[in-house]
Design a protein around this ligand. Sequence first.
Ligand code: C5P
Length: 234
Amino acid sequence: MNKDVIIALDFPTLEDTINFLEKFGDEKLFVKVGMELYLQNGPVVLKKIKSLGHKVFLDLKLHDIPNTVYGATKGLAQFKVDILTVHGAGGYEMLAAAKRGMIEGGSVETNVIAITQLTSTSEKQVKEEQLVGVSLEESVINYAKLAKKAGLDGVVSSVWEAKVIKENCGEEFLKVTPGIRLETDEVGDQKRVATPERAACEGSTHIVVGRSITKAKNPLEVYNLIKKQFTKKY
Ligand code: C5P
């Protein structure tokens, strides 16, 4: 399986996004379009980025009743994004509806994946805010198994759960892991962070990197370094 570094394009405008992408020359990238960019600029962002030849991870984290999510993914299918996220907490029916909508909308090739627990969520929050009676890791495994059962193609988790997800859901099941930091980076609001090497060792299939690349003085240089560390054979 290809191991990809996905760059999170957390920018407010399409103009900022294009200016940033120009720093990579002809390099074909895998980029993440999330709420900040998509909700302010709409589908034009997807069309533009696709027309430049980049792969798109549309991180909308859909979470609603099954019928509404079905309608949303059926409509989104036309953009042929490579990966789309929905929330595992939406439940089995919602997850299955998300995949069904994507297929019936005409995009069998789009990987629909589930968010397990956000990488900014701590063990303490799982216990005290979500009132989940199991550990954070067990909660992540539960969502991963639920997503697999519902016919989804993978999950988003922190690097620290990738190995156990592989054991439970198999090699082919996508393990997309944000919360990536280089040794020298600041952690910011993320809690369960790891380096690209650690992600490779734990079995992540894709890593999502935002600020370490977007805020770098030389984004291309940092991207190449992260790619080298993540794709090296350990
Ligand atoms: O800047 P940073 O590398 O922390 O960005 C990580 C990106 O991954 C953000 O766009 C964030 O929304 C996303 N993400 C995450 N944790 C998840 C799912 C997505 O950090 N579980």
